[in-house]
Design a protein around this ligand. Structure first.
Ligand SMILES: [Cu+2]
Length: 265
């Protein structure tokens, strides 16, 4: 009996494997969410850049391209500590957050907007808040092209989903600050100048439309199984796959897929 059922099961498994092999990218992308942000300059910084956080379960790949940061500090490459901040509004502050009026929105003054440090974007090792101000692990220099894959805390994953996670890149050019701010100590690491830890760039992470629509397919909460089935060219299978889609969205999705297939033919 066992042998018979195994034999019967074999063709079904083979078909399943074929279906998956037909569209491995789609099956993977259905479980991956890409969050993106365009970084905005803070505190008179002339830097700019973008960040993408591609999340699959608790694994994230962070890709960052930034230019225009201060290049050197004390004769060495300027270390720019940077983090995913969570736990507050998920917003970037403007100059009105400068409550002490020194012309700089410090880490502490910005915290009611972007929240606490949840992950540190280090170049190696620990990515937890424990390395938040470890200058040796921080990316450095005027231009940063950063890419790293690491495990997010559950709290960070939740914040990303809730739209309350932000990226903050720290480190200002002291020459651009007022004499008082230039002389001030950091509010979070008193052994460092205020300039070293104050935010230069901030961006609010939200779901990227590019990431939400892998391969041009509309994101309708389609399960990987349903999506791979629609790659089969048989109209009957298409129709049955449509049955598991959310009503309304289903019709749009199928029409788009049909149009896409026609375009390929
Ligand atoms: Cu930070």
């Amino acid at each position: 009996m066992k042998r018979t059922s195994a034999l019967l099961a074999a063709p079904a498994l083979a078909l399943g494997a074929l279906a998956l092999a037909a569209a491995p990218a789609q099956a993977h992308d259905a479980d991956t969410t890409v969050y993106q942000t365009q970084l905005k300059a803070l505190n008179g910084s002339s830097a700019s850049g973008s960040v993408w956080v591609s999340v699959h379960g608790t694994e994230a790949t962070v890709t960052e391209n930034v230019t225009g940061l201060p290049a050197s500090f004390n004769g060495a490459a300027y270390p720019h500590v940077q983090h995913i901040h969570i736990g507050a509004m998920g917003m970037c502050p403007d100059a009105s957050a400068d409550t002490n009026g020194d012309g700089v929105v410090s880490v502490t003054e910005g915290a009611p907007h972007y929240g606490k440090i949840a992950q540190t974007l280090t170049t190696s090792g620990d990515t937890s808040p424990a390395t938040a101000t470890d200058l040796k692990l921080a990316p450095g220099g005027a231009t940063i092209d950063y890419k790293r894959t690491f495990t997010l805390s559950a709290e960070t994953v939740s914040a990303l989903k809730a739209g309350t996670a932000s990226i903050v890149v720290h480190g200002l050019d002291p020459a651009t600050l007022s004499p008082a701010a230039k002389a001030a100590k950091s509010d979070i690491v008193p052994s460092l100048p205020l300039a070293a830890t104050s935010p230069a760039l901030c961006g609010e992470l939200s779901v990227s439309q590019m990431g939400a629509m892998p391969n041009g397919a509309p994101e309708t909460g389609v399960t990987p199984a349903a999506r791979t089935t629609t790659t089969d060219a048989t109209p009957g299978i298409l129709a049955s796959a449509g049955g598991v889609l959310v009503a309304g969205a289903a019709a749009v999705g199928l029409n788009r897929r049909r149009a896409a297939r026609k375009a390929q033919d």
